[in-house]
Design a protein around this ligand. Structure first.
Ligand SMILES: Cc1cc2nc3c(=O)[nH]c(=O)nc-3n(C[C@H](O)[C@H](O)[C@H](O)COP(=O)(O)O)c2cc1C
Length: 214
C-alpha cells in the first residue's frame, strides 16, 4: 500500500473522548461562585497499571487547568453517544462564561478519594484522579495522575462481570465523534488459540491465518 508522508502531527486515532470534571471558584455575571466544571478532552490515556495512572493534556488557558492546579484532583468521566451534544458543548464553551454542569443538566456525584471534585452521574464510567506530576510540554501541560477510585454504573455488569460491549461509549477521530459499534476483537486475540477464539468471538472476526507474519 502506498503511504503519504504527512510530517509531524497529532493524528492518532481512534481516541477516547472524556469529560474532565473539576471544581473551583469563578465569576459569572459579576458574581463569584464555586462551580463543578466539565471540559471535553481527547488527549487522555492510561499510562501505568501499578499503581493505576492516567494522563491528560490540558492547555494552560483552560479554566480546567487552573482548577486542577488549585485542587490537585479531577474526575475523568466516560460519556455515551446519548450525551454527545453535551460533550461537544463542554469542548467549545468555557466554564469562565457558562455553568456547564447546569447547562448540560449534569448531576454531580460524590467521589471517594477526592476532597472537592465531583463526577458526572450521566457518564457510566468515572475515574477519580489525584495529580502525581505535571509536565510542561509546550502547547499543553501533561497531568499524570493516580486513579484512586473507579465508579461504574450497575447496568454495565452482567452479574459480577463488567461488560462494556455495546454500551455506546463515545470515541473521537479526526474531528468526529463515534459511538461504540460492534466488538471485533479482544486483548491478545491476534495470538489466541482457536479454542479461545471460538469461545470469545464470532468466526467472522477471527484473524485469518495469513493476516500476521508471526
Ligand atoms: C472533542 C474535543 C476534544 C478536546 N480535547 C482537549 C484536550 O485534550 N485538551 C485540552 O486542553 N482541550 C481540549 N479541548 C478543548 C477544551 O475542551 C475547550 O477549550 C473547553 O472550552 C475548555 O473548557 P474550560 O475553560 O471550562 O476548562 C477539546 C475540545 C473538543 C471539542
Amino acid at each position: 500500500m502506498n503511504k503519504r508522508s504527512m510530517g509531524p502531527g497529532t493524528l492518532l486515532a481512534p481516541l477516547p473522548v472524556v469529560l474532565v470534571g473539576t471544581t473551583g471558584e469563578t465569576e459569572h455575571d459579576g458574581v463569584s461562585k464555586v462551580i463543578q466544571n466539565a471540559m471535553t478532552a481527547a488527549w487522555t490515556g492510561i499510562v501505568n497499571s501499578e499503581p493505576a495512572m492516567l494522563s491528560v493534556s490540558i492547555q494552560p488557558p483552560r479554566l480546567t487547568h487552573r482548577f486542577v492546579m488549585e485542587t490537585g484532583e479531577f474526575s475523568i468521566n466516560v460519556p455515551t453517544g446519548k450525551i454527545a451534544p453535551q460533550v461537544d458543548l463542554c469542548g467549545v464553551r468555557s466554564g469562565r462564561d457558562l455553568d456547564k454542569t447546569a447547562a448540560c443538566h449534569f448531576t454531580p456525584v460524590r467521589l471517594e478519594g477526592l476532597s472537592v471534585t465531583a463526577g458526572i452521574a450521566e457518564c457510566p464510567l468515572i475515574l477519580a484522579c489525584r495529580v502525581h506530576e505535571v509536565r510542561r510540554l509546550g502547547s499543553h501541560d501533561l497531568f499524570i495522575a493516580k486513579i484512586v477510585n473507579v465508579l461504574a454504573d450497575d447496568d454495565l455488569f452482567d452479574g459480577d462481570t463488567l461488560n462494556l460491549e455495546n454500551r455506546d461509549l463515545l470515541s473521537y477521530m479526526h474531528g468526529n465523534y463515534y459511538s461504540q459499534g460492534e466488538r471485533i476483537g479482544f486483548f491478545g486475540y491476534s495470538v489466541a488459540k482457536q479454542n479461545v477464539l471460538k469461545r470469545r468471538l464470532p468466526k467472522a472476526h477471527w484473524p485469518k491465518n495469513q493476516t500476521l507474519a508471526l
